[in-house]
Design a protein around this ligand. Sequence first.
Ligand code: DHE
Length: 509
Amino acid sequence: MKAPTQLIGALLGLALPVASLAQGDAPDPHMLYNQHCSVCHGVSRLGGIGPALLPDNLSRLKHAEAVEVIRDGRPATQMPAYGELLGEAEIAALAEWIYERPEVEPSWSDADILASHIVNHAYGTLPDEPVFEVEDLKNLFIVVEIGDHHVSLLDGDRFERIARFPSRYALHGGPKYSPDGRYVYFGSRDGWVTKYDIYNLEVTAEVRAGINMRNIAVSADGRYVLAGNYLPHTLVLLDARNLELIASIPVEGLNGETSRVSAVYTAPPRNSFVAALRDIPEVWEIRWPEERAAGDEALVGDFALHRMEAPDYLDDFFFDMEYRYLVGAARGGKGGQVFDMDEEIKVADLPLEGMPHLGAGITWELDGRRVMAIPHIDKGQVSVFDMSDWSLVTQIETDGPGFFMRSHESSPYAWVDVFFGPNHDRIHVIDKQSLEIVETLIPEPGKTAAHVEFDRRGETLLLSIWDDDGYLLWLDANTLEELGRMPMKRPSGKYNVWNKTQYEEGTSH
Ligand code: DHE
């Protein structure tokens, strides 16, 4: 019988030696890696069929889990079990070694991006009519299942699954729709950008924009995709049609330092992208050719970079509905700051201690004024601010630190999960007018209940039971009555086409 690597090697047409370890020898993890892992994970650990095996890319995988995956394989993927071929000491040495920094810092050039580019169906070649029937194409949901790296497409009226397909390893951040809702773009932590045609249920194009990516944004007009990387320190601009590389942009500050990109966002009223930079006190705005203004720096072609000097290192952004003000978290838990992007000045400091999760913030009308609400990752609290003068309205105590908040313009309630700590199976329902918790649900004792997304009308909602043997709950948004369940593998985010393409006030953008 062939060893797992030999099988994969045979499939790929490669001849690979079988490892042999004399008794008493200390395992040599580098050699083991070359013999067993490099064919799928790349000679330089940058990934291939399998994910990149570099310390930063593995930060979400516990060491014990790595040992388990090497020994037992990973179900529903091509990762085979090495338990019969390798001894415990060899598995342990391998698991240890992949968390070590490589001797040579990995690089990802334009040539690497171009070489990774895959076009399965060129733009314009697939039919324009959906291959399935639903009542409302704008009420579809995309659900990311991180348990086995799959994505489901759901009919939001009948709560039925239309398709389920494998994704790249470890998607992160919200998938982003084209303005008409036909295409959806995904970003993976390993740097892959994937374009999926919802009407034809097909992946149309893919490209690897970096080694360690944060997230992607799609321009409001649907023409461009921007990816923000931790490694290398670049922004990668793509043509949305086939994900062709337009340019990779080195992120270098006025002080000469290069920076990781924390996240990229699209700013529809400004016709631009905005990038949050982790290591330099600047906010970058990238404008497309027609929007270029005097004083902008030339980027590539006629794209322009508008560099705004920020009062601090700002991270994890939240924008007001007009995209004039940006709320950023200052470095080291020093609170939040409001930055006016028109005047390019700081206009307020916000008492946001610890780690506010600004990306999860939502807004609504309260007594004729607009408020924003933010959960905190290390505090059982939701902070509510008045956006007209940035004063603190209240801080709502919760049963533990939360990660995601959601509501809908038509719903009287805002939902916040208790993601961390002993009460992670709870989810709170907040009355948007009294600002009080009116209900706390525990759908499945002991299992994390998190991340809500409403249907387009705000009448029903989906809630994740965040577990490998988890499921989606479908609830009446007003009575909170359970309407259905659908088994899923650790369902994380859910994204309704209408709410996302309309920039609904109660959801992330
Ligand atoms: Fe996320 C969105 C940053 C850890 C699941 N996360 C985002 C966004 C940012 C961010 C900036 C908004 C980008 C977007 O949607 O395009 N996340 C961070 C971190 O800095 C942090 C704390 C540490 C890290 O390792 O990156 C972090 N995030 C996590 C997780 O551990 C989660 C729970 C599981 C996972 O998949 O990694 C997680 N993040 C998510 C999800 C979204 C997200 C599901 C999209 C939320 C939405 O509803 O739009």
